[in-house]
Design a protein around this ligand. Structure first.
Ligand SMILES: *Cc1c(COP(=O)(O)O)cnc(C)c1O
Length: 489
């Protein structure tokens, strides 16, 4: 379109003021707060203007703009961050908030949120306390470490460790562990950001002890090991055990402390072994068999100076990043200005402390921490829940709409944890006699106050019972029933 025609078209766009008096917009009053209606109308007009400028529109569709404004206003009117029912079978679903919290953790977070708390108040000395104290002893008891500190997430923990100990110095890492972990966490990038000088050793598939040994210089600050998360190499591969890195570091530290050789000015006086463990397993999950991963305690016992892990992956707590290690190292981390910027808030600390307390009794943790329970729950128990869901659906659905069956499926831990571990699970398969799986999926996610997330397989909707929480079965049944009652209308 010629520029003059575009200008002409832009002139005919309805004014925000006028649209606010359109009958369908005025009908929103009382249902949606006025500032959000104005915001929605503005966004709808902006969108129409952008479409004209791009040449995508040759006419102004005022009614279309009104409808757009209306649905935007309704969407803005309801909470954006809200509960979701996870029937996907992916346990640590990063898009759905990773881990559901244990009831005790929810209660603890609510209690400190509602009023004042002992966040930085020491009740034995009646003086200022430290927020670091609430979880430290618990983490030490559970991991065998001497000291611990918790920050905003594991990415922050890695950043903090590298900044404190490796900034301006060399840090040695295997080429097989230079991974990207979902959501733009890339090991080389985070090393550059923290001013660590990355020294890559080995090859993509194989790294030997000798590769690390050759790379160690007077200025080497750490041997870094990164858990490859959801990335696995199969076949001709080799990586170096933490115990061997420990031996290398011990030998090097002996040399440094004997004062032989000339250390450059400002060179680190200790070579550290640091493992970014990622998912943070606190208990041995025997039911996972060969897929069971070393616990944080294992990494500490094998000789890591520092280990970091997430609070909301296999640990099943709130979003957090935890670093454990010797007190002299952890004290330095606590004193780093970054620790202040990355610190946890009171609600997260309360939830983390309550979750850790459940772990003091392994059986209690396995039954009360939802992530852990979902991981270890026997398939037969999941099947019983799936059967209940079939019953609820049968009772709720209008006749002749869908055919329901129980199917055996394979679930995933998710969150980059245990990627090779197939978790046997049971799902309800909904075959559509009216409507179809895709439009039902869209309805369940986009149109519901509490979205229901399942998955599509061969033109059917699968609702996996492993990740469905207590009481959610009836909600799922009502949601699917309303797809046939109003979603199809
Ligand atoms: C998940 C993960 C991270 C990032 O942890 P967040 O808690 O998501 O910040 C870092 N390193 C490894 C090995 C991980 O698995």
């Amino acid at each position: 379109m010629p520029p003059t025609a575009i200008r002409e078209l832009l002139r005919t766009l309805p004014k925000v003021e006028d649209l606010l008096h359109a009958s369908c917009i005025e009908a929103l009053a009382g249902r949606v707060p006025r500032p959000l209606i104005v915001e929605a109308v503005r966004a709808a007009v902006d969108q129409a203007r952008a479409a004209i400028l791009e040449g995508a529109r040759t006419q102004v569709d005022t009614q279309g703009i009104e409808r757009d404004a209306c649905s935007r206003a309704l969407a803005l009117g309801r909470p954006s961050l809200r509960r979701v029912i996870n029937a996907s079978g992916v346990i640590i679903h990063t898009n759905l908030g990773r881990s559901a919290l244990a009831p005790a953790a929810v209660q603890a977070a609510c209690d400190v949120a509602r009023g004042y708390s002992t966040l930085e108040y020491d009740t034995s000395t009646l003086a200022r306390g430290s927020r670091h104290d609430h979880c430290e002893r618990l983490i030490c008891a559970l991991t065998g470490a001497e000291a611990a500190v918790a920050v905003n997430n594991n990415a922050a923990a890695v950043m903090l460790v590298l900044s404190e100990f490796a900034a301006g110095h060399e840090a040695v890492v295997s080429r097989g562990e230079l991974v990207e972990i979902g959501g733009s966490f890339r090991v080389p990038d985070i090393m550059a950001l923290s001013h660590a000088q990355m020294v890559e050793v080995g090859t993509t598939n194989k790294t030997h002890v000798a590769d690390y040994a050759r790379a160690i210089q007077a200025d080497t600050s750490m041997l870094l090991k990164v858990h490859p998360s959801n990335y696995r190499m199969i076949g001709f591969t080799e990586s170096v055990d933490v115990r061997e890195l420990r031996r290398l570091a011990d030998a090097e530290n002996e040399r440094r402390h004997a004062g032989t050789g000339v250390a450059p000015a400002g060179a680190p006086d200790e070579l550290l072994v640091y493992e970014d463990q990622g998912s943070g397993v606190l208990v041995h999950l025997a039911t996972l068999g060969e897929h069971a991963e070393p616990t944080v305690a294992d990494s500490v016992a094998r000789g890591c100076d520092l280990v970091s892990f997430s609070g909301d992956k296999l640990l099943g707590g709130p979003q957090a990043g935890i670093v454990v290690g010797a007190k002299r190292h952890i004290d330095r981390l606590k004193a780093n200005p970054l620790a202040r910027a990355l610190r946890l808030d009171k609600m997260t600390l309360a939830a983390l402390e309550a979750t850790l307390r459940l772990y003091l009794d392994g059986e209690r943790a396995a039954s009360e921490v939802p992530t852990l329970r979902m991981l270890v729950e026997p398939a037969e128990t999941v099947r019983l829940r799936a059967e209940k869901l079939v019953e609820a659906l049968t009772a709720a659905l209008p006749p002749q709409c869908a055919a329901l069956s129980l199917v055996e499926e394979v679930g995933r831990a998710g969150g980059g944890a245990l990627p090779m571990c197939d978790i046997p699970t049971w799902a309800v398969r909904v075959e559509f006699l009216r409507g179809d799986a895709l439009s039902c999926e869209r309805y369940l996610v986009s149109e519901r106050e509490v979205p229901v997330v399942g998955r599509i397989k061969r033109d059917a909707l699968l609702l996996d019972a492993r990740t469905v929480l207590e009481g959610e079965g009836d909600e799922i049944a009502r949601a699917v029933a309303s797809y046939f009652e109003e979603g199809l209308a």
